[in-house]
Design a protein around this ligand. Structure first.
Ligand code: NAP
Length: 246
């Protein structure tokens, strides 16, 4: 019997938080995984070792997704390690909350550079390099629906990601590749928890009818669906994974 070569998943921002949970889950589902990170080398390497111990195949690759050349080298590294890429999960992102009046240029530019241009950079590489039958999962956020004060710039970058998702799905006509976005609600990671008082976290956790925060594994399960065989007829869509908050 011919053994099937494992599919390859590239997860951006996989050193911590949701990205690390996605990498773990996809490794469990049989993917070889590229664990991308920008700064957190030690957690990324530890995650790779953990996945290898459980029988998975993984490599950690440093690349700032906002930099075109580094993203090109990230795909090069994936091809060198595992021969190609089947699944791209555009998880890397940052959030800097402030009213429009109080947002400085640096904060605006960094959020646009990582969340929007970072997603664009990997999509542009994927356009020519993702293998037939592949899957792309971009990261939006449920704040695109909630639209609360202080979220203007962050939500704008994620609305841009949603727009690119639908357009890119159409541009890949004929390649048998689906392009979808996931839009988590409040999820227990550094990005959400940092700088919030426990009462604020408690209040936000209770907003969803399921009355708890999302866990990275909740989001990873939804990403695994969009990255796997069962989502083959879902294309150009945004899946809100938020316990019913909106
Ligand atoms: P997190 O815990 O802060 O982790 C962010 C990850 O992104 C880290 O692995 C970080 O790696 C990486 N990263 C940051 N800048 C990068 C860059 N320039 N290039 C490559 N990697 C970079 O965040 P999270 O909560 O897991 O968020 C993951 C995604 O979900 C983001 O797109 C976020 O907007 C979205 N999201 C989160 C929530 C939530 O409530 N947590 C809700 C909706 C949407 P380094 O440490 O190496 O920099």
């Amino acid at each position: 019997m011919k053994t099937q070569t494992p599919k390859v998943a590239l997860v951006t921002g996989a050193s911590r938080g949701i990205g690390a949970a996605v990498a773990r889950r996809l490794a469990r589902d049989g993917f070889s995984v590229i664990v991308n990170y920008a700064q957190s080398a030690a957690p990324a390497e530890a995650l790779v070792q953990e996945m290898e111990k459980s029988g998975g195949r993984a490599v950690a690759v440093k690349a700032d997704v906002s930099r075109t050349e580094e993203v090109r080298r990230l795909f090069d590294a994936a091809e060198t390690a595992f021969g190609g890429v089947d699944v791209l999960v555009n998880n890397a992102g940052i959030m800097r909350l402030a009213s429009v009046a109080e947002t400085d240029d640096a904060s605006f530019e960094r959020q646009v550079a990582i969340n929007l241009k970072g997603t664009f950079n990997t999509l542009r590489e994927a356009a020519t390099r993702l293998r037939r039958g592949g899957r792309i999962v971009n990261f939006s956020s449920s704040v695109v629906g909630l639209l609360q004060p202080t979220y203007a710039v962050y939500a704008a970058t994620k609305a841009g990601v949603e727009a690119m998702t639908s357009v890119f799905a159409k541009e890949l006509r004929g390649r048998d590749i689906t392009v979808n976005a996931i839009a988590p609600g409040p999820t227990a990671t550094d990005l959400f928890l940092q700088g919030k008082a426990p009462e604020v976290v408690e209040r936000l956790a209770k907003l969803a009818p399921l009355e708890r925060l999302g866990q990275p594994e909740d989001i990873a399960a939804a990403v695994a669906f969009l990255a796997g065989p069962d989502s083959g007829w879902i294309n150009g869509q945004v899946l809100r994974a938020n316990g019913g908050i909106i």
